[in-house]
Design a protein around this ligand. Sequence first.
Ligand code: NAP
Length: 269
Amino acid sequence: MERVVLITGASSGIGKETAKLFQAKNWKVAATMRSPENAEDLKRIADIECFRLDVTDPASIRDSVSSVIDKFGRLDAVVNNAGYGLIGPFEAASEEQIRRQFETNVFGLMAVCREVIPILRNQKRGVIVNVSSISGLAALPFSSLYAASKFAVEGFSESLAYELEPFGIRVKIIEPGPIKTDFYSRSEEIAKDENLHVYNERFEKLLEFMNKGGEAAPDGSVVAEAIWNAVTDNSHRLRYGVNTKGMPALKRLMPEFVFRALTRKIFLK
Ligand SMILES: NC(=O)c1ccc[n+]([C@@H]2O[C@H](COP(=O)([O-])OP(=O)(O)OC[C@H]3O[C@@H](n4cnc5c(N)ncnc54)[C@H](OP(=O)(O)O)[C@@H]3O)[C@@H](O)[C@H]2O)c1
């Protein structure tokens, strides 16, 4: 039987690699994105259909989920991948920037879940994969808003997993460390305030370290593989780390003051 996956934010990076991997595994792929008119390369691939979906626009979520059901008749997996990172001193972020970070990374992801859960529940099967981040487990300096959004994704997903289990729906969390995608360029929004130069020195060090880490990192295909495992391993495992450099284990095992000293040393040295 042919399986169907819907992916958000499939225009680039992890989402695009995930679309290509599922297609290669003979799934039908609904690659959703804000601007499908620019997805010439994906559109040329058989079994990948592009749909317009902006996670901050509820009508676009409704329309594209219903088009996917009309087209394929079912939905086996949903990958909530769309997201971006707002970084910088918390004080420098505007109200609008703070709200937009949550509208996309948190409320957008929840809105997609609200649309697809009834479908999966009626089918009595399905997998929801939520792309969090290592920042959903350990907050790095100058990432307060991005980390808060991913901590929210973690708590939401952990609870939802229990709730949906009796209906044959598995909820999975993917926690990538640095991955070389557009995340460190066009998806990196920097909160700036010219009056707040007191943060500059430490923030610039962190930014340089982070962007260098992104440049040297593996590409989105390693996360696509983890998403594939999460969807197909038939387990109730909740979390899947990718290129985390041991950070989750260190945070779990080290006394907090040691872990925090290490974080300071690595990221603000
Ligand atoms: N790269 C990393 O190091 C890393 C690490 C941990 C977690 N992650 C997470 O991985 C996910 C994918 O990021 P990526 O690394 O693949 O970066 P990316 O290549 O920049 O992809 C981000 C995707 O999110 C989409 N997006 C942003 N706002 C959206 C909205 N309102 N509605 C629909 N789509 C929207 C973008 O669409 P447009 O093309 O329209 O802008 C793009 O397709 C994000 O959730 C990110 O937080 C990334």
